[in-house]
Design a protein around this ligand. Structure first.
Ligand SMILES: [Zn+2]
Length: 405
């Protein structure tokens, strides 16, 4: 939206009292933008989307306020329906707003804690619907350092420091030890977490740091040359703790372990599983070797067709290779595995066949894709019920090729 629209500035009641949830005001303008109905009031407690904080929700005369945006000095309320009359009674969705106040004030404190503890400057802040993010000018961070930052931030919360807001004229703003230079000019609104952090900010904040409850970083990732931290405060931190406790109790329960030993139990089980898989693979290989020997001994000719079920494709591959290596044999193997069918077509080099020529033969029978080399071709089809048909076509082709030799 363009700045500097005509009309008097909207009085921002949330500047005067961030805890105001109901107010009365007069409609001074109505507009339609992108098909949305908007009203401008002479005064409002609705916070518009700004400074990384999402807009408030609530109602005006019972009509839902879907969005609130700044338009220069004015604030536009976009409504879900028409608003009758000139007098408007506003009601703020307080749980949503208070949640935003907890996250936003928590961000000020966390930003200052990063600066004091790790010399990490705040690059950007985003207050999301579930978590918030803070981009900090740090290349890397150790667990112990992050814990130190969290301790420094929560110390301010536990001390229940007062959060003050006041306006300072631009020419005197240098007297305030702002964490970041102001982005606005004129009369600058300062939010001070008593004696700890000074920010130029137009957002809504709690009165005392104790209302934030807890500040917790829950993850981080590299972005550009910085680190982006994900954090939660207050009610979100409690919900996150509850969810994590549920999750950890469940994991500990599965492993019949104490919660503190759960991670170790998971590591141990994963290692055991890896070893068991290797053992199964070795066993499957020796089983396939014995099976291949038997198949070759019973074979009436050089072409052996195998239609398998209950086998993994890699087991079928191993079996087909074993057969083709046991002498001058071609193994045409089909295996149905779930919703897919796999073809493994292997031939001994001595037969002088090019198995790649089977690709169009199979494809002409069932829709299948794949490829390989002269002695081994693998294909997959989404129609495992038609493996036998395709294997018969492949067999006829291979036998005809061998008859030519
Ligand atoms: Zn703020």
């Amino acid at each position: 939206m363009k700045k500097g629209n005509s009309g008097a500035a909207t009085r921002r009641l949330y500047f005067e009292d961030a805890y105001l949830t109901e107010f009365e005001a007069r409609v001074v303008d109505r507009l339609t933008r992108d098909g949305r109905t908007g009203v401008v009031l002479d005064a409002t407690a609705f916070y518009p989307e700004a400074g990384g904080q999402p807009p408030d929700r609530g109602t005006l005369n019972g009509v839902a306020v879907a969005d609130v945006q700044e338009d220069g000095d004015r604030i536009v309320h976009f409504l879900d329906g028409p608003l009758a009359g000139e007098a408007a009674r506003g009601r703020i969705d307080w749980p949503r707003r208070f949640d935003h106040m907890q996250q936003h004030t928590g961000q000020h404190i966390l930003s200052q804690a990063f600066l004091e503890t790790r010399n990490g400057e705040t690059r950007s802040f985003h207050l999301g619907p579930d978590v918030s993010t803070l981009e900090i000018g740090l290349r890397s961070i150790e667990d112990a350092d992050l814990e130190a930052v969290e301790r420094a931030a929560n110390k301010i919360v536990f001390e229940d420091r007062e959060v003050k807001t006041y306006f300072v004229p631009q020419e005197r703003i240098h007297e305030v030890p702002l964490r970041r230079p102001p982005k606005v000019s004129g009369l600058i609104r300062v939010v001070e977490v008593a004696g700890f952090d000074y920010s130029a900010c137009g957002g809504t904040h709690v009165r005392r740091a104790g209302e934030i409850g807890l500040i917790k970083v829950v993850g981080w990732e590299k972005i550009r040359d910085n680190l982006r931290f994900t954090f939660v405060c207050g009610g979100r931190a409690l919900a996150d703790y509850a969810a994590k406790t549920r999750c950890l109790r469940r994991i500990a329960g599965v492993f019949s372990a104490q919660e503190k030993d759960a991670a170790g139990a998971v590591d141990k089980t994963v290692a055991e599983l890896k070893e068991a898989r290797q053992r199964i693979r070795r066993m499957a290989e020796s089983l396939a070797a014995a099976e291949a020997k038997e198949l070759v001994a019973r074979a009436a000719g050089p072409v052996i067709t195998l239609h398998l079920t209950d086998r993994a494709p890699e087991e079928a591959r191993f079996l087909a290779l074993q057969v083709s290596r046991a002498g001058n044999f071609a193994a045409l193997c089909g295996v149905a595995a779930g919703e897919r069918g796999h073809f493994v077509l292997a031939a001994a080099e001595g037969l002088g066949l090019d198995m790649r020529r089977l690709v169009p033969v199979i494809s002409a029978t069932v829709p299948a894709k794949g490829g390989g080399g002269p002695t081994l071709v693998e294909m997959v089809t989404a129609e495992p019920g038609r493996l036998a048909e395709a294997l018969a076509a492949a067999r006829a082709f291979v036998e005809a090729e061998l008859a030519k030799k």
